[in-house]
Ligand binder design. Structure first.
Ligand SMILES: Nc1ncnc2c1ncn2[C@@H]1O[C@H](COP(=O)(O)OP(=O)(O)OP(=O)(O)O)[C@@H](O)[C@H]1O
Ligand SMILES: [Mg+2]
Length: 540
């Protein structure tokens, strides 16, 4: 952990309308931002002994940094974004380049796949042009100007540094004049030093987010639910139409590289034995419910499990916003479409997509999350021999079944046993090696469904010892698969032990990407002997 504050003494810019303001500078006078609002205040409060720096790291070397500090009196943690400010000379060049881009950028003559890339290329050319025009410019950093242009023209403006932080999962803004919050992997929700100072500034930003997502937000249509370039999910409201404090937004950052079953083992979210059991269940298309509250990790778990399905299965996924990423080629990804009052475009609901998915003759239908009438169609599909995997907002199996069997889902109780298993993922708090509480995720219970109201707990997490208990002798799934395969239960348990060894080998050797895992998992399906030989597995 670095304890020094680099570049805190860097010259600040004059305030302007450029949009490339020094974020730290622009925030100093904002109230109520507690407890710390700028690197300068942070430095002073550290000197005074009011705060301590927990860590600092680069977000975009050498122009943007994150400082995370704890107020020693209140224990509050703050996230300070520090960007090296533009000098007045740099700011004037920056403004000229931005003006040039705005005036000179023409729509592409031929359709381009990535408009942002097109603009970014144009911006680079514009910078080069100004470099040539201005000739020798000692004391002026073109790379810094380039950073601000990229940030403001094709990036996310003031929240761009937060978007670059891999520790940040969510970014949310509850209105103008209050700090933007982030959900940080190590500190949970923390206020940041980024603030949209005026309603106009925030409104404009929300409109920009909508445009980046290729959507529209306005007084007439004040709600946005869309996907930003790079797959980030954004929800936003406009002005005071539906949110009393003014425009709001929340961004769930998309990981380029999805969380895999090996990550779940490495993070301690599950044990390798439970992971092997899930692998077997996926191999045999067991219908599964992933339960949890908002942001607990349901979609990530669903994705990690779906990655284990046999590549020969036809998979159709149905989501509101495309979050899932699978390595299987025989995969159709369907996403719903909101209606637009302004353009008269009709809404395509999950319900419509589940219905249409049956025409694709899927082996497995995966619904990102069931909330309404789509659940009913999904259960009808399951009743007619398809396999289904979905997530549901619920704390445990009883609550889940209650939701499923009540309006608007209205699943008949007799359909509940069609679900083979359910698991719940939770955000929990663990102590790190220094005894400090840290957020973590655990799959706390795995149930198998015998009948409506009859659930067998086959695995559970012990919070005291941070250990998982698994009892496969209780497993109906293992029994059923053994029958299907025509092998004994103990032979199948041996198979789970082998799969566990494969997963442990992947975890131990750092093979964690979804593509690497797919190659081992698929190989194991066709040539288990070869894989076991490679990992040095010895039969007992
Ligand atoms: N096991 C895990 N360990 C660490 N981080 C995780 C884990 N699972 C998910 N995450 C992270 O938590 C965030 C939320 O995950 P995810 O989108 O899967 O949750 P969710 O329950 O589907 O949320 P929502 O209710 O909004 O749909 C993501 O940034 C993801 O990277
Ligand atoms: Mg989700």
């Amino acid at each position: 952990m670095k304890l020094k504050l680099p570049r805190l003494g860097v010259r600040k810019t004059s305030k302007g309308e450029s949009g490339a303001r020094d974020a730290a500078d622009s925030l100093v006078d904002v109230e109520p931002v507690k407890p710390l609002v700028s690197p300068e205040r942070l430095r002073l409060s550290i000197i005074r002994g009011d705060s301590r720096l927990l860590e600092s790291y680069a977000l975009y070397e050498p122009w943007a940094y994150a400082y995370i500090a704890e107020d020693l009196k209140t224990g509050t943690i703050s996230y300070i974004v520090y960007e090296v400010g533009l000098t007045p000379q740099e700011e004037s060049v920056y403004k000229s380049i931005v003006d040039y881009i705005m005036w000179e950028l023409e729509p592409p003559k031929v359709p381009v796949e990535d408009v942002r890339e097109y603009i970014a290329r144009f911006a680079k050319r514009a910078i080069r042009l100004f470099q040539l025009k201005l000739g020798r410019t000692p004391g002026l950093s073109w790379s810094k100007i380039g950073y601000y242009i990229e940030r403001d023209v094709v990036g996310y403006g003031p929240i761009d540094p937060l978007m670059r932080d891999p520790n940040v999962e969510d970014i949310s803004c509850n209105g103008p004049g209050v700090p933007v919050y982030v959900w940080h992997r190590r500190y949970e929700y923390v206020p940041t030093s980024v603030v949209f100072r005026t309603p106009q500034e925030l409104d404009e930003f929300v409109v920009k987010l909508a445009h980046l997502a290729g959507k529209h937000i306005s007084v007439a249509y004040p709600v946005l639910d869309a996907i930003l370039p790079g797959g980030h999910r954004v929800a936003a409201t406009f002005q005071t139409e539906v949110s009393t404090r003014g425009s709001t937004f929340t961004i769930r950052k998309f990981r380029e590289d999805p969380i895999t079953i090996v990550d779940l083992i490495n993070y301690g979210t599950i044990s390798s034995e439970i992971a092997a059991y899930f692998w077997l269940a996926m191999d045999y298309k067991m219908t599964t419910l992933v339960l949890g509250v908002t942001g607990s990790g349901k979609t990530s778990t669903l994705n990690a499990l779906a990655n284990l399905l046999r590549p020969t299965y036809k998979i159709v996924t149905i989501e509101d916003t495309p979050e899932l990423r699978l390595p299987q080629e025989n995969w159709v990804q369907l996403t719903g479409r909101p209606s637009y009052l302004v353009s008269g475009v009709s809404e395509i609901k999950l319900y419509d997509l589940v219905k249409v998915s049956l025409r694709y003759r899927p082996d497995v239908i995966i619904v990102g999350e069931v909330r309404g009438e789509e659940a009913y169609v999904l259960f009808q599909a399951i009743a007619t021999g398809h396999s289904g995997i979905t997530t549901l907002h619920a704390e445990d199996i009883d609550a889940a079944v209650k939701r499923l069997t009540s309006p608007p889902m209205n699943i008949p109780e007799s359909y509940i046993p069609l679900v083979n298993m359910a698991l719940v993922i939770k955000r929990v708090t663990r102590l790190d090696e220094f005894g400090r509480p840290r957020p973590a995720r655990r799959i706390t219970t795995v149930w198998e469904i015998e009948d409506h109201g009859k659930y067998r707990e086959v695995a559970s997490w012990d919070p005291l010892r941070d250990r998982f208990g698994v009892d496969l002798r209780k497993s109906l799934i293992v029994e059923r698969i053994a029958k299907m395969k025509g092998v004994s239960v103990s032979e199948l348990v041996d198979d789970i032990v082998k799969r566990k060894a494969v997963l442990e080998y992947l975890a131990a050797t750092g093979r964690r990407s979804y593509r690497e895992i797919a190659s081992y998992v698929y190989n194991y399906y066709y040539r288990p002997g070869e894989v076991l030989k490679e990992i040095g597995f010895e039969e007992r």
